[in-house]
Design a protein around this ligand. Structure first.
Ligand SMILES: [Ca+2]
Ligand SMILES: [Ca+2]
Length: 181
C-alpha cells in the first residue's frame, strides 16, 4: 500500500500533472480572430466574446458583375435579334433608381458562356434589396431579358468574395464583392 502511494506522488512530480498549472491563462477558442491574454482579438468584420458574430459592413464594394445564365430565346421561342443572338448589357438598381449601367455590350451572347462586366461601385445599404437586370441592346430600343432581386448581405454569410444573384429564373449573375466597415 505504501509503495503505491510513493508511486503516485512520483508520477505527480515527474509529470507535474497534479501541480496547479491551471492558474496560467487558458487559451480560448476564437472563431474569427486570435487569443491574447485570455481575450479574443477579432478579425475585421467580427465581434463578440469569441468573435462569432458578424458586423454589418457599411458598404459592399463591387468590382465585377458576371452574367452566368441568360435566355437564348425570347419567351415565345423567337430569337432576340432578327438573325442573331442578343447583345447583352447589365443594369444595377436600388429600387427604381439605376445606380450603374454598363456602357459596353457583348454582341450575340449565348447561354454557353459567362460574360464579365467591370465596374467600381458601392452598395451602401447591404441589408436592403438590389436588382440586377439584363438587356438586349438595340438601337431602336433595348429589350428586357430578365432580372434578379436580392439582399446582398446576411449576418451569417461569412463575407463571400462572390455573391450570387439567382432566383432560378431565366437570368443569373454573380458579383465580385469586398467589404468595408
Ligand atoms: Ca445580335
Ligand atoms: Ca440586339
Amino acid at each position: 500500500m505504501r509503495k503505491l502511494l510513493y508511486l503516485s506522488i512520483a508520477i505527480c512530480i515527474s509529470f507535474s500533472a497534479c501541480s496547479d498549472s491551471s492558474t496560467e491563462t487558458e487559451p480560448i477558442l476564437c472563431n474569427n480572430g486570435y487569443s491574447q491574454d485570455g481575450e479574443c482579438i477579432c478579425d475585421e468584420g467580427y465581434t463578440g466574446t469569441t468573435c462569432g458574430e458578424q458586423e454589418t459592413p457599411d458598404v459592399i464594394n463591387i468590382s465585377e458583375v458576371t452574367v452566368t445564365r441568360l435566355p437564348d430565346t425570347t419567351d415565345d421561342g423567337g430569337s432576340w435579334d432578327f438573325s442573331s443572338g442578343p447583345d447583352i448589357y447589365v443594369e444595377i438598381l436600388k429600387g427604381d433608381e439605376i445606380i450603374w449601367e454598363s456602357d459596353t455590350y457583348y454582341e450575340n451572347a449565348s447561354d454557353a458562356s459567362d460574360y464579365d462586366f467591370d465596374l467600381d461601385i458601392q452598395l451602401t445599404e447591404p441589408n436592403e434589396e438590389y436588382t440586377i437586370n439584363l438587356y438586349d441592346y438595340d438601337e431602336s430600343g433595348s429589350d428586357f431579358m430578365g432580372g434578379v432581386v436580392r439582399t446582398p448581405y446576411n449576418s451569417d454569410n461569412e463575407f463571400p468574395d462572390n455573391i450570387t444573384f439567382d432566383a432560378d429564373g431565366s437570368v443569373a449573375f454573380e458579383i465580385s464583392a469586398s467589404y468595408a466597415w
